[in-house]
Design a protein around this ligand. Structure first.
Ligand SMILES: [Zn+2]
Length: 377
């Protein structure tokens, strides 16, 4: 079992949900504490609130992972009469490190909006409101025929060659490699000071540019040559779209009103707000942005959504949605508490892969500030 420090977990999180994906002005990332803290107990929460911090203190937590950043509004003083400041003080006094992954986790593949889409059983899910693409790179290397398979498999194991629904993609062609080892060389093939010409395989794989260091390391470790030759090429491909929301097909077509009921049950909410001029229209295509996504509704229309699910819809935005003929279901912001289950599952997996001696705990606190009161009359 290996000791894990906060920096180890943070680097794994930032590989999963790169900071480059975040929306401008989102204070996502490292929040409070220290990166060299030994972490044995992790608490996973949607929000960091005083009751969550108390839970962390009671449970001897070293590291809090939250979806929502703690310091959304910067502190202007550290007057401990202010509950928010007292919370920071409690975190620091108990040496608890806090980290948040917010809009980068919303956008990343396998992140917040994919979990919500999965909960709704949507199929053919893809991003909508696409604002950029994952920068891709290609690694080309030249290996002797005898080692082509070893190097190719090492690269695929490191994650190279994932294209859409396909894994282990690569291309090889055969040609002639030429070199002359000098007096100091210890060549795998050939003799010192003698020109060589050998049959080599040119092997090509693609991957997200951010993974280049690990791909080069995997290739070098498997390559038999003393000085492997390789080209690392930046691609202009627009292969992996990045968007904050997800859109997909409803598992069973049903009316807008029935779909609203289905959303209620799926996310276990006491009630929700429906904005629709056409409650009897059949829903086939569903778009979702967890949290405050009212501003993205024109993108949902553009993506041909029959219904758009998001939280925190403003009164006047609701009017605009109706005028534009879009049906919108607002189940509230707290449906994002799905992060507790999903991120815990991912942390458990990383702990196993890295042999980390760490316990992952889901926060029991319900941080939804709203309670529904139904009119009794
Ligand atoms: Zn949110």
């Amino acid at each position: 079992m290996a000791m894990m420090i906060a920096a180890d977990l943070i680097s794994a999180i930032e590989k999963y949900a790169p900071l480059a994906l975040k929306e401008e002005h989102d204070p996502t990332g490292f929040q409070i504490g220290r990166r060299d803290k030994v972490v044995k107990r992790v608490l996973v929460t949607l929000d960091v609130r005083p009751e969550v911090v108390q839970e962390a203190i009671d449970q001897n937590i070293d590291f809090i992972f939250a979806h929502h950043p703690v310091m959304f509004r910067p502190a202007r003083n550290l007057d401990l009469a202010i509950p928010q400041n007292q919370m920071y003080a409690d975190l620091i006094r108990h040496d608890i490190t806090v980290y948040a992954a917010h809009t980068n986790l919303d956008k990343t593949q396998g992140g917040m909006n994919d979990w919500l889409a999965k909960a709704l059983q949507l199929t053919d899910v893809e991003p909508f409101n696409v604002t950029s693409y994952v920068p891709m790179a290609k690694l080309v290397t030249f290996v002797p025929v005898s080692h082509e398979k070893t190097v190719r498999e090492a690269l695929n194991r490191a994650g190279a060659g994932c294209i859409g629904d396909y894994t282990d993609c690569s291309f090889s062609s055969t040609g002639t490699g030429r070199f002359t080892p000098d007096a100091l060389a210890t060549p795998f093939i050939g003799q010192k000071n003698q020109a060589e010409a050998v049959t080599e395989v040119k092997l090509e794989v693609t991957f997200p540019q951010s993974q280049a260091p690990q791909m080069i390391a995997a290739m070098l470790a498997a390559h038999p040559y003393q000085e492997p030759v390789y080209d690392l090429i930046s691609l202009a491909n627009q292969q992996q779209p990045i968007g904050i929301g997800r859109i997909g097909q409803a598992a069973t077509p049903m009316t807008v009103r029935d779909y609203a009921q289905f959303v209620c049950e799926t996310f276990d909410v006491a009630g929700l707000r429906l904005i629709s001029n056409t409650p009897d229209k059949v829903v086939k295509r569903v778009a979702i942005v967890g949290g405050d996504g009212g501003k993205f509704y024109p993108a949902a229309i553009q993506a041909h959504a029959d219904v758009y699910i998001t939280g925190d819809v403003y009164y006047h935005t609701g009017h605009d949605m109706l005028a534009d003929g879009l049906s919108v279901i607002d189940p509230g912001h707290h449906i994002e508490s799905i992060v507790k289950t999903e991120m815990s599952r991912i942390f458990e997996q990383w702990a196993q892969e890295n042999d980390w001696q760490v316990e992952i705990i889901k926060s029991w606190q319900k941080t939804d500030p709203f309670t529904f009161i139904f009119n009794a009359k």
